[in-house]
Write a protein that binds this ligand. Structure first.
Ligand code: ATR
Length: 276
């Protein structure tokens, strides 16, 4: 009998994670003898846990809030995105070496490629709302795709300044009051803040300065149709929700652990949508 390969998501809390749904779907689809579990591990226990993943029977894991920075510190090797962001969400073994990547960069790009083909053809200007961990991955992704100018708009100006400083030739921090100017002529607007998420205040902004061919992407996926996306739809803009990013960010991990690159299919999307 083939040995059972196991992976998991490690977080605190983690019980609402949709990752088991995604990976178990792929395991079944490919007939792989494996499992994907949830590990709720507190910050004090995390460094020991991650360094002894194999002893817990795991071939790798996803890492979620609040452990992404601690995970980066525990790795023997970081892929380029994880090194640039100093944050890891996907862990695997190369021999005995613990390796980490940040697949949010891939997930963000693959989602837009899927849902808005050609979105990156004229990236003269993009606007990113927020300056937290998700914003960092989005800004790195946009830099990699060749965005000429990225306006970072955040409630706390200091965090936006810090993020923009890392890419100072192409990224700029702006206060919320300058949002209309930032949106004017932008090809893409991305919300990475928690505004609009279930239980949070809505993200209420005036989208009228955006050009008619702009793409609006909310990386929030609970709810799937945020107020921002509804407003963008009313204006006739191209709308991309955040669920695809969640699905696509899971792909590289599954491939590392189980040796098959899985597909993000409508059936998978429908399955996860039903859990929202
Ligand atoms: P993540 O890792 O998911 O990006 P985070 O680092 O906590 O999470 O970042 C959350 C983002 O949402 C930040 O940009 C935060 O703004 P601040 O840097 O000013 O905290 C933004 N955010 C959260 N609640 C907000 C609110 N009520 N109004 C405006 N922005 C908010």
């Amino acid at each position: 009998m083939m040995p059972l390969k196991r992976a998991c998501v490690v977080g605190w809390p983690a019980k609402h994670s949709r990752s088991p749904l995604i990976h178990r779907h792929w395991l079944a689809e490919h007939g792989i003898a494996g499992d994907y579990q949830i590990e709720e591990i507190g910050p004090d226990d995390f460094p020991t846990f991650i360094r002894s993943l194999a002893d817990h029977g795991y071939v790798g894991c996803n890492v979620t809030v609040p452990h992404k920075l601690a995970a980066a510190a525990a790795m023997s090797r970081l892929d380029a995105a994880a090194a640039a962001l100093d944050a890891v969400n996907t862990v695997w073994y190369d021999g005995n070496e613990l390796c980490g990547d940040n697949t949010d960069v891939h997930g963000f790009l693959a989602n837009l490629d899927d849902a808005a083909p050609g979105w990156d053809a004229r990236l003269e200007k993009a606007v990113v709302l927020g300056a937290g961990g998700a914003a960092r991955a989005v800004v790195l992704a946009l830099i990699r795709r060749g965005a000429r100018r990225i306006e970072i708009v955040n409630r706390s100006p200091a965090r936006a300044d810090d993020l923009a400083a890392a890419w100072s030739d192409r990224a700029h921090a702006l206060p919320w009051s300058d949002l209309p100017e930032a949106l004017d002529g932008a090809a893409l607007l991305v919300n990475t803040t928690s505004l609009g998420m279930a239980g949070m205040p809505p993200l209420a902004i005036d989208l009228s300065p955006l050009p008619g061919d702009a793409v609006v992407n909310d990386i929030v996926y609970v709810p799937l149709e945020t107020g921002l996306l509804a407003a963008a739809r009313r204006r006739g803009l191209h709308v991309v929700d955040g669920l695809g990013m969640l699905l696509h960010q899971a792909v590289p991990g599954f491939e590392r652990w189980f040796g098959i690159r899985p597909a993000v299919t409508p059936a998978l999307r429908m399955l996860v949508e039903q859990s929202i």
